[in-house]
Design a protein around this ligand. Structure first.
Ligand code: F3S
Length: 390
């Protein structure tokens, strides 16, 4: 890979230890994937923030980089293992909290914005169409490439942090226009309207096409919330980092040669597969983290009601601050539901505390099952509120 003289200096340690280590990661990745050069990135989103996933080894690595590392571009963080302010109320142990705080402190020392969310595009990490970024978190990556028209590979936590500390990423994969063309058309004849419909659609398409880039046809309308849910689901169940949706997403693509069909029975089958819980003791809303519109709708639905089970409303903290200002927080908390900022019901260490999770997120079902061994119920937000207040 061709490096500029500044990049060579970075690799040789002339810009400090953290930059040297970061350049070593980026150059190694670039060489593995055949990149010709490094390119500048406009922003970074780092995953792998929960102490639950990092452990002592991960924390040690971050602390070492934090000795002299400083981010060079706007950098935000994925959800952590707990709400950084309200962890006691959500039943997190002081021991775990102390370790999670050390992780966040290391990021803060490097200049990372320490609000933790999987919807960084709702809180100002929102570069313009066509810019190169280095994001991790599969749903955010899919949203960035497909809905915002940014260009990013599906980074891991260490490579995203390396980009943050250098402002660079190797140019391969999704950074090259030839890799952003649709590889397979998906003809959807099913009726797709609600957020869970879009989650089930992502499940059904993901299972059929894997990591291929699809051109999806037949969707009449999709708002931010539906696309957010779809991105989370297709990236989880298939692994694609980019899709095109005819008439809805902004990127251009040539017509692919191959095609598959998605019918109503595929959507019904996906929904049936995501419903295996007999009993619900946790309702989790906000995977990916809720938009302000969704928070206002939840407040309207909960007004004057009381919940009879644990209900988590997962949002980015800046969205909750607006909810505080608008009175939505008071309405939601008066019902007994709890806000979970900075975290979610899948990354928080909840194994053994709850058995059945009800959620409107197909991705939430996947990780709730895999990480916390929950059985799941998959339903719309109004159905979840009905379940929680019955
Ligand atoms: Fe976000 Fe947690 Fe879902 S990180 S996408 S709310 S599993």
């Amino acid at each position: 890979m061709e490096l500029t003289s500044e990049e060579k200096d970075m690799l040789e340690g002339k810009h400090g230890n953290a930059v040297r280590k970061s350049m070593e990661i980026l150059v190694a990745l670039g060489n593995i994937f055949g990149a010709k050069q490094l390119i500048d990135v406009a922003s970074v989103q780092i995953a792998g923030v929960s102490y639950h996933n990092l452990g002592e080894a991960g924390l040690g690595y971050l602390s070492e980089l934090a000795r002299d590392g400083k981010v060079r571009v706007l950098t935000t963080l994925n959800p952590a293992g707990m709400d950084m302010e309200n962890w006691k109320n959500l039943g997190i142990s002081p021991d775990f909290a102390e370790k999670q705080e050390r992780v966040i402190d290391a990021f803060k020392k490097m200049g990372v914005i320490t609000t933790c969310t999987c919807t960084p595009y709702f809180i100002g990490n929102n570069p313009r169409f066509g810019e190169h970024v280095s994001w991790s978190e599969s749903s955010a990556v899919c949203y960035a490439n497909s809905v915002l028209g940014l260009k990013t590979n599906r980074e891991g936590g260490p490579s995203a942090l390396a980009s943050a500390l250098t402002g660079k990423t190797p140019e391969f994969g999704m950074h090259l226009d030839e890799n952003r063309q649709a590889e397979i058309a998906v003809n959807v004849s099913a009726d797709i309207k609600t957020v869970p419909d879009f989650g089930a659609l992502g499940y059904a398409i993901g299972k059929k096409i894997g990591k291929n880039v699809p051109l999806i046809k037949g969707i009449k309308n999709a708002g931010t919330e539906e696309l957010k849910s779809f991105c989370a689901s297709i990236a989880t169940y298939g692994g694609t980092a980019l899709f095109h949706m005819e008439g809805i997403t902004p990127n251009q693509t040539a017509e692919p040669g191959e095609s598959v069909d998605i019918a109503q029975q595929d959507i019904d089958g996906a929904k049936a597969e995501l419903n295996d819980a007999d009993e619900i003791d946790l309702v989790g809303i906000g995977c990916p983290h809720l938009s302000l519109k969704e928070v206002s709708e939840v407040a309207r639905m909960l007004e004057g009601k009381k919940v009879n089970k644990e209900v988590w409303i997962c949002v980015a903290r800046p969205i909750k601050r607006i909810a505080d200002q608008m009175g939505y927080t008071k309405i939601i908390e008066d019902s007994g539901a709890k806000f979970a900022c900075d975290t979610c019901m899948a990354v928080a260490p909840l194994k053994g505390r709850f058995r059945g999770l009800a959620t409107d997120s197909a991705k939430g079902c996947f990780y709730g099952r895999g990480k916390n061994s929950f059985k799941t119920k998959f339903a719309t937000i109004p159905e979840l509120i009905e379940e929680a207040t019955r």
